[in-house]
Ligand binder design. Sequence first.
Ligand SMILES: Cc1ncc(COP(=O)(O)O)c(C=O)c1O
Length: 402
Amino acid sequence: MHQSRHDGHVHYGAHLKSEWLLDPHVAYLNHGTVGAPPIRVLNERKRLLDEIEHQPAQFLLRELADVDASGAPAVPRMRVAAERVAQFVGAKVDNLGFVDNATTGVNAVLRSFPFTAGDELLYTSLGYGGVNHAVAYAAERSGATTRVVTLPQPGAAASDYVAAIEEQLRAQTRMLIVDHITSQTALVLPLREIATLCHQHGVLVLADGAHAPGAIDLDVESLGVDWYAANLHKWAFTPRSSGFLWAAPEHHATLRPTVISWGWKNGLAAEFDLLGTRDPTPWLVSGFAIDLYEEWGGHEICQYNHSLVFTQAKRLAEAWGTSFATPEELIGTMAYVSLPDAAGSSRADAVGLQAALLAEDHIEVPVFADEGRLTCRLSAQIYNDARDFDRLMDAVIRRCEA
Ligand SMILES: Cc1ncc(COP(=O)(O)O)c(C=O)c1O
């Protein structure tokens, strides 16, 4: 390891960029969007790919998964990986199955849950568009209805999000689909409180934790939700596509993966570990990726990223003459910041600014048009430091003055 260590700590900042394949000239402030695995993880994945090719039949048919839940192979490779992931996210391994990504996990739940006509699926105004489509699809097929809860924009207190949901729960509400960390607005919602509230009203909770593993400390079993779909490839250093779906034991019997294969009705592990022939290395390398994440600091990574993005969000808003009022407890490793009025207001302005920042200023950051003004979502990862944010701050000011 070439980075210096003092007191057992890895020093974070720009020098760590060499641990990634990321373009060294680009200030990469968009780690959250699709993640970025460190080179060491990519190399380990290549090693696994070679190992598979040495004896593909043995590896993929006889070592990978226990599809008939017979106990053979004694230690299916997918379960070894699942054990490590389960430990990392605070889950019991028997409640955890691998999926391609959070979208697939959410789809598995929504497409197998026995909704009936008259059920209502409640989702939120801050939810992820692709997931909202899956909600609509599940309702359309079953004769259920959908309704959206309008959640406060960033700046509100945690309790305001719980109150907004409480106000919209109805006798017919069957399931709430809610983010743990919202996508565009980057809010860490009070999921435990939301789940408690919903269960008091007899409403099931499907949590979309796409951004959570590796971004915040996670203890899935204690959240009190019914299902938790998440990605490892965004913040937990794994390659794409590697997600997992956690389900409370009482839901295993009705839960099906999006693809039915050999493990049908043989338990969650058998059903999810083998969905036909495919590349299993994104999941199999997850233990290596999590080991590296922990070697580089684990919780300290969350703390560094959190404090960097929170500090810089406030600083940028001040420099841009906008405000950043999101309470710190609702911030993980991303922050949603308003741009100056002079930056524009339309979707075309947002697209143009994002493209210009990348092409001319070599800054990767997502820009949105939201309620008549432009905003950006900042991500902080351990290869970032204040200088990346300085570049964004100055580039936006320069463009607004031009
Ligand atoms: C809240 C949320 N849900 C779902 C997704 C989709 O993730 P994936 O494409 O890995 O399924 C995202 C991606 O940013 C997200 O932020």
